[in-house]
Design a protein. Structure first.
Length: 120
């Protein structure tokens, strides 16, 4: 999800706005036996991201939300997990924040969350 939002930030275009962690479920379909992760959103809401509107700021907020949710999810495992790949993608996303967005609320929130995580 971090990569998805980072791509939307970089390229612009429509993005999935109403993302929530409770939209991911683990299980299997009827007549199947293998469990896997599914995304369930019966009425997805899309917005457009481009530097001329506030879409870019909102996409940065989504990246921050995904990161925070991944940290919460790590704690749910009986053996603590670290989503190293998510952190690597996040590092690349942070490097790609445009100059004009560097001091936005969401960019600052994202940087602070990542810095705090590095010290935990």
């Amino acid at each position: 999800m971090v990569r998805y939002y980072a791509d939307r930030y970089r390229t612009g275009g429509d993005y999935w706005w109403d993302f929530h962690d409770d939209q991911f479920v683990f299980g299997h379909k009827d007549k199947e036996t293998k469990d896997q992760i599914y995304l369930v959103d019966v009425e997805p809401y899309m917005r457009e991201a481009n530097p001329r509107n506030k879409g870019s700021e909102d996409v940065l907020r989504r990246i921050s939300d995904v990161f925070e949710l991944s940290k919460e999810s790590e704690k749910k495992f009986s053996k603590p997990a670290r989503f190293a790949h998510t952190r690597d993608v996040l590092k690349r996303a942070l490097k790609g924040i445009r100059e004009e967005d560097q001091h936005s609320f969401s960019a600052e929130r994202l940087r602070l969350a990542f810095e705090k995580d590095a010290h935990d």
